[in-house]
Design a protein around this ligand. Sequence first.
Ligand SMILES: [Zn+2]
Length: 365
Amino acid sequence: MADTMNHIERDVAALSNKPVDRLTTYPLAMGVCRRCVGDGKMTYREWASDPKKFASGFVAGQKAFDFDFAIGLMDLSVMAGDLGAHVRMDEQNTPFVDKTVVNNPEDYEKLRVPDIRQGRSHVLLEGTSLFVQELGSQVITAAFLEGPLLALTQSASAEKVFMDMVNNRSAVHKALQTMTDYDVEMVKAFAALKGKPAGFVWDYLWGNYSCLGDQEYEEFESQYARKLNKLVADNGMAMCIHNCADLPHLDTQITAFKPAIYSMAYYPLIPGSPSPKETIAKGYADNCLIGGQIDPQLFVRGSVEKMEATTMKLIAEVKTAMCQRGLHSKYCIASGCEVPPSVTTKLDNIKACVDTVKKYGQIQC
Ligand SMILES: [Zn+2]
């Protein structure tokens, strides 16, 4: 069936649980879309180091795949890198921190908010502004940034931070305050851009029962996150959350934080990991657009047929669960985390996912 709403009409309807011509869809294809630019040979390093190239990936990806949203994720080492950690950037893959900046307890207190007009913070800000100016009239756009605890674990290593939560608690809190101050500056800078994004996505990865209980999460992230969430809203952007953990803190991150969009993953082999139908049945989609939960690896390993079948199965599951709950549109067919930005990801699978939603994503209860 042909679309009868444009992207923004559909997005706005879905965000407020109004009927839609079909479900929204956004496989989280960010870095991989650089391969849609020109001859397809742009390296990850080029894409992540130049605002124009960063933006060009989103624009070309939109043209190629016709998504319903555009979310400006670069990668999770932007803040850590600008704080002084060494980021290993391979030509064609997600960069990662290979030398942390916190190596003993005193280092936590030495962290300083960097100059966000330089480094990859600057690339991210300017690049986001550019793609929002290009795509903001077609789709709902959002900025993307690491939350304070993720920025700290990226800078110091998760293992170290989790140990120091016990052994050097006040030092960890000082560092988290610095991360929060850095996040505050970034939120304000995103809101002041010429191309101001409509939404702002926090990566609050550590709200995960595999790692932290409710009390620890409250102490080491929520108390900072609540201020940041409010700051996003006060700056006129819709607050959204990405958390691809196996056992996410849904009561805190959805029910209490009240994001407009919550993007999440599903781990079928982990007992208790929330499936799409459980997430909807338990009411988490009642007031929040849930995005998920296709395995990102399927975009690398799966055939087009497998991708279509998986997408159809997810659509059917979501439709049934939403109809039972009396919902019209509060689910976006998406991947649980970023589609790997590697050269081995099959671009045809991204298209197959979107096209399957266009074909079979209509909802009639
Ligand atoms: Zn993720």
